[in-house]
Ligand binder design. Structure first.
Ligand SMILES: Nc1nc2c(ncn2[C@@H]2O[C@H](COP(=O)(O)OP(=O)(O)OP(=O)(O)O)[C@@H](O)[C@H]2O)c(=O)[nH]1
Length: 371
């Protein structure tokens, strides 16, 4: 894609395992993981970053603090110097503009520059201050042709303020805009429910349960972690490999674990999670057509932010995984079905205007033998 492009990137379909394997085969070292950190104003993003930088994990971690949309053309990158814990500042140059066009190229370049430093980094954190919607960033970092080998999206972490979440999810009566907190929750792989110390002690259990339910109604797939001052177990937030198709065990576990997938009480226009299941074999070509109609053409008027699933594909003894972020999706054979397993299709959608009946009916057009 050219620098001057003003249009959002075209939807790209990547449908074979070979493509994703190229990333690691072409370079000797595995790509450096990037964690995108989002969250409402004051939720605790900087607190999390400071905690990660100062913790004694012995890893060399770079942080890019990015004020998307700001006039400034340079951004501060802070890098900790491993065990000594000193922080070093570097500047990476980023063009001004919208992430889906001009910034995209320079962000990719900045990341590659960082990764090519003499001393190898173990991880990169990207704080998206000022960016309400992490989706375009996810698309750039996840399956982008420019980002050939050196970095890969590890996960999106959303920090949520337990005390104020309720207010942040309420529509603003003076504005027709959609509360951005919804989008940040919808696109998260991990949600840190921070500031739990500010919930009154005597009913904190019930309040936290209710908050978790509200989060799960929007996004049933994310892992929710409670915290005070973002002091979390780093093994739960770094190296999650949330977008790695070969990391299917993670996806399968998520699918199994989902308890509250029927959010029937919610209004269609609200962001929610919905799951459809069907045991019949499906035709992969038809599934691609179905998904493209759904995600690209918006044939059924649904606004799908994310989809994840496992598929039972015709003429294959392998479980296939599906991942989608907005218009981009990937279907990859993951592993052989086990003898004791019930083979089935199970797809989770997160988005607005989702209709379970239409999703299920339209999925039926992909079943082997239907026209
Ligand atoms: N009581 C309490 N305060 C917290 C906790 N976590 C963070 N804070 C405080 O909340 C305030 C905001 O935290 P930050 O980490 O700056 O939040 P942020 O999301 O980076 O803020 P912006 O960059 O303004 O969006 C700071 O004063 C923190 O010290 C917590 O768990 N409990």
């Amino acid at each position: 894609m050219e620098d001057s492009d003003e249009e959002p990137p075209l939807a790209v379909e990547i449908n074979d395992a070979a493509n994703s394997n190229q990333l690691t085969e072409s370079s000797e070292l595995p790509p450096v993981g990037i964690t995108v950190i989002t969250g409402y104003l004051g939720s605790g993003k900087s607190t999390l970053i400071n905690y990660i930088l100062k913790a004694q994990h012995g890893k060399k971690i770079a942080v890019i603090l990015n004020e998307f949309g700001e006039e400034l053309g340079v951004e501060r990158a802070m890098i900790n110097e491993g065990e000594e814990g000193n922080l070093v500042e570097e500047w990476v140059e980023l063009a001004n503009g919208c992430i889906c066009c001009t910034v995209k190229h320079s962000l990719v370049q900045a990341l590659e520059q960082l990764v090519q430093r003499k001393e190898r980094l173990d991880h990169i954190l990207l704080e998206t201050t000022g960016l309400a919607n992490p989706a375009p960033l996810a698309s750039v970092l996840w399956l982008d042709d420019q980002l050939e080998s050196d970095v890969r999206l590890d996960s999106i972490i959303t920090v949520v303020d337990a005390k104020n979440l309720r207010y942040q999810l309420k529509p603003n009566p003076d504005s027709s805009s959609f509360p951005e907190a919804y989008l940040q929750i919808a696109f998260a792989d991990v949600i840190i429910l921070n500031k739990v110390d500010l919930i009154s002690q005597h009913d904190s259990g019930a309040v936290l349960e209710e908050l978790e339910k509200e989060i799960r109604d929007v996004n049933s797939l994310a892992n929710i972690i409670h915290s005070v001052r973002c002091q979390v177990d780093l093994s739960k937030i770094l190296n999650c490999q949330a977008y790695d198709p070969t990391h299917a065990a993670h996806l399968e576990a998520l699918l199994k674990e989902n308890k509250s997938l029927t959010t029937k009480g919610l209004h269609d226009s609200e962001v929610r999670t919905l799951c459809i299941c069907d045991a019949q074999q499906i035709d992969l070509d038809k599934v691609r057509i179905w998904l493209e109609e759904l995600l690209w053409d918006k044939k059924y008027g649904m606004d799908v932010y994310r989809c994840k699933g496992i598929l039972r594909v015709r003429n294959s003894d392998e479980l296939h995984t599906l991942q989608g972020v907005r218009e981009i999706y990937e279907i990859v054979p993951s592993r052989k079905w086990r003898n004791e397993e019930i083979q089935m299709n199970k797809i989770v959608f997160i988005g607005r205007f989702l209709n379970e009946e239409i999703l299920l009916q339209s999925l039926h057009t992909c079943i082997v033998g239907t026209n």
